[in-house]
Design a protein around this ligand. Structure first.
Ligand code: ATR
Length: 281
């Protein structure tokens, strides 16, 4: 592999958020650049909300080529961008920005990253019934991508029913071919269950009763820390194929890399970096 020499031509990429110092993306993206012999580095930039417009001016001045945005600025960045992809506009959420001839363009790679991560399950989404747990920002991106991937029925389950209804309305607006229902009163057979809530991150909680888990063909939990949530362990016990959120984390980064460079990302290199970072913690 060609050694990266940082010099006067090195392109700068980064991630803004607060906090952002523990992000896995700087190592993952810099190693990907290095692997393809692209003269570029990627750094974390912790930013206070009031400084968002100034950081964009600074990035422009420094000729930053692109950056990621993480919590809590995925929506707040939007007024300072020059254009949005159709998906970012629909979701009102941006996690990737690229400098273009027309200025800063915002994208959302969460949903497409999620769909690509499902490759590990070898599941064709066409014609499938999916149960989505949660109705927050991540759920929105996932729901729209699932609908566009050809599922026929989406069941949204959320603690706050009004948010489930609002998400259902939004998905129906952008894809009229999907049948949508919310908060069913009994367990339903489904091909895939996706947990996008934070239940399971701490205290070992499970977002679903076991009688519902038993009725599904596959389970994805977008949580990656812990890597095996109670929900995934319950699925595993029953021999149900299951997947944690590391793939989504990986592929949203893969998609960002491909938007910035117009090249195929070296997925194995990025995955290796991510696994190392996760092991260190
Ligand atoms: P994100 O952007 O990561 O999706 P979010 O927008 O805050 O985060 O959404 C968090 C999701 O987890 C929501 O669906 C939330 O349910 P509510 O809409 O009822 O708030 C869900 N969630 C968080 N804590 C929960 C809990 N203890 N029990 C059930 N659902 C929970």
């Amino acid at each position: 592999m060609k050694q990266l020499i940082v010099d006067g031509n090195t392109a700068l990429y980064g991630i803004i958020g607060n906090p952002v110092n523990h992000s896995f993306s700087p190592d993952m993206q810099t190693r990907a650049f290095q692997h393809l012999a692209l003269n570029a580095v990627y750094l974390p930039f912790p930013v206070m909300e009031n400084d968002l417009p100034r950081i964009l001016d600074a990035f422009k001045l420094l000729k930053v080529k692109g950056f990621n945005i993480t919590i809590p600025y995925k929506e707040k960045i939007i007024p300072f961008l020059d254009s949005l992809s159709a998906e970012a506009k629909l979701l009102s959420s941006v996690n990737t920005v690229k400098w273009t001839e027309q200025g800063w363009k915002g994208f959302s790679t969460d949903g497409t990253g999620f769909i690509r991560s499902l490759g590990a399950l070898d599941l064709d989404l066409k014609g499938k019934r999916v149960m989505l747990l949660g109705a927050g920002g991540a759920a929105k991106a996932i729901a729209v991508s699932l609908a566009n991937a050809g599922i026929v029925h989406l069941v949204i389950v959320n603690r706050t029913p009004e948010r489930a209804d609002a998400l259902a309305e939004m998905v129906a607006f952008c894809n009229e071919n999907v049948e949508i229902s919310c908060n069913p009163d009994k367990p339903l057979p489904c091909d895939l269950i996706v947990n996008s809530t934070s239940v399971g991150m701490k205290n070992g909680g499970c977002p679903l009763d076991n009688d519902q888990v038993e009725l599904c063909g596959a389970v994805v939990d977008i949580i990656y820390n812990p890597s095996r949530t109670t929900l995934l362990r319950e699925a595993q016990k029953r021999g149900i194929p299951n997947l944690n959120g590391i793939g989504m984390l990986l592929y949203q980064g893969v998609e960002s890399f491909e938007i910035w460079t117009d090249q195929k990302a070296p997925i194995h290199v990025m995955e290796e970096s991510l696994n190392k970072s996760l092991a260190i913690g």
